[in-house]
Design a protein around this ligand. Structure first.
Ligand SMILES: Cc1cc2nc3c(=O)[nH]c(=O)nc-3n(C[C@H](O)[C@H](O)[C@H](O)COP(=O)(O)OP(=O)(O)OC[C@H]3O[C@@H](n4cnc5c(N)ncnc54)[C@H](O)[C@@H]3O)c2cc1C
Length: 393
């Protein structure tokens, strides 16, 4: 197979699927190359929460709000069920000082039109009777959303395929092709089946993006940040909103190397309760560790005491693609013309997948870009790489 395309996407997780969706919408001939099967990476080992209150003001929140709108559109446009729900989320304050933090987040978001309702302990228990009686209160964010990440990935890929996109499964990208006269220019990919040439090569390989970027001569500092999830059978008990403890946002924004645990509880449309969340840097190790499972279970039981009577039916770990400044890496590479990154979303890749796909389509088709697009460009890391090279010289 030696063929050509308008754009090649490396990686069939939710971000690659969103890129395929928006690029094919613009009429481009797209090939997506996945080494295993769609959603075989982090996009099937995660929660499906689309939050705004955990975002920092500026580019991160702008991306979040733009993607929230796109998720509403996708829920209408996609032809298959994606587990889309607007259940809102509840920020749980264990103590009074966390209530203040929650209220600050509510005030910060109100300027962006996001609703927030401050809940007294009594109101909190009326909404969620399973919660511990001694919590200081909570904040309901009714505009937060939920999807089933795996189903959403498959639905976007199916839509792209209907528009002519070719989805390759079980086919790793082994290397990139470079222009004969200028090695910096990327012109295609090499797989075991042959080569595909295209003027736009998009790396959406999640935590494996640094490895692909190296093939393009770039040193992009995306690292795997591991997270465990427990799946609980809580029938007939039920929580009505996804619940996150106030300290969750702190663990998201921290860059600590050791294990961080904060409650995130979400009911799936299939009726299971997903419990998280942990964060740690453990390389590419995806093994489930009993000590982390125990820590998550203990934290969950602190907020939902009735869980001590339910069973954990399964557990798994996924790897979040972490970037050092807590912003994703989206757009064309300055030092490798033809090569683009769509990665580094850490714990927000489900929420931010649609805006990532749309920004990539905007770059590729030279559409007008929103102001926040420049804050997430790969050049912020490429420049550091160039500085290092200068020091060595
Ligand atoms: C425990 C946990 C909970 C989370 N909860 C949430 C949440 O509630 N909300 C949220 O927004 N985000 C959440 N996330 C984060 C989210 O899951 C990720 O940001 C997102 O799934 C990343 O998607 P991706 O497409 O970039 O990567 P992936 O899904 O990992 O896809 C990358 C793909 O690239 C493929 N690939 C790699 N190398 C090659 C190659 N050489 N050739 C071809 N293909 C290749 C892989 O096989 C893989 O399928 C969570 C993550 C974890 C771990």
């Amino acid at each position: 197979m030696n063929t050509t395309a308008d754009a090649i996407i490396i990686g069939g997780g939710i971000v690659g699927a969103a890129c395929a969706y928006y690029l094919s919408e613009r009429g481009l001939a797209v090939h997506l190359i996945e080494r295993d099967f769609p959603a075989s990476g982090t996009s099937r080992a995660c929660d499906g929460l689309i939050l705004q209150w955990d975002k920092l003001p500026g580019a991160e929140l702008s991306l979040g709000l733009a993607s929230q709108k796109l998720w509403h559109q996708l829920a209408e446009e996609l032809e298959t069920e994606i587990g889309f729900e607007q259940a809102g989320t509840i920020f749980l304050a264990e103590q009074a000082d966390q209530m203040e933090v929650g209220e600050q987040k509510a005030a910060a978001l109100s300027g962006s039109g996001q609703r927030a309702e401050v809940l007294t302990p009594k109101e909190l228990r009326e909404l969620e009777p399973e919660l511990a009686p001694d919590l200081a209160g909570g904040i309901l964010f009714p505009d937060d959303l939920q999807v089933d990440p795996r189903r959403a990935t498959l639905a976007m890929l199916a839509a792209a395929r209907r528009r002519g996109a070719q989805i390759h499964r079980g086919e790793p990208v082994l290397d990139l092709q470079h222009a004969p006269g200028d090695k910096a220019i990327i012109t295609g990919v090499i797989t075991p089946g042959g080569s595909i040439a295209a003027p736009h090569i998009i790396c959406a390989a999640g935590v494996w993006s640094a490895e692909i970027a190296r093939m393009a001569g770039l040193d992009i500092p995306i690292r795997p940040r591991k997270g465990h999830i427990l799946v609980c059978d809580i029938h007939p008990k039920k929580i009505h909103h996804p619940l996150l403890e106030g300290g969750y946002a702190t663990t998201v924004q921290s860059a600590a190397e050791d294990v961080q645990v904060a409650l995130a509880a979400e009911m799936t449309t299939a009726g299971s309760l997903l419990l998280g969340s942990s964060r740690e840097f453990a390389g590419f190790d995806r093994r489930v560790l009993l000590a982390v499972i125990r820590a998550i279970a203990q934290r969950a039981a602190r907020f939902l005491p009735g869980l001590v009577y339910s069973s954990i039916i399964r557990s798994y770990a996924g790897l979040r693609p972490w970037s050092p400044d807590h912003l994703p890496v989206i757009g064309p590479a300055e030092h490798a013309p033809g090569f683009y990154l769509a990665s580094g979303h850490e714990g927000a890749g489900i929420g931010l997948a649609p805006i990532t796909g749309k920004l990539i389509a905007d770059w590729v088709t030279s559409a007008t870009l929103p102001p926040y697009a420049s804050a997430v460009l790969p050049s912020r890391f490429e420049d550091a790489m160039e500085d290092k090279t200068n020091v060595l010289i």
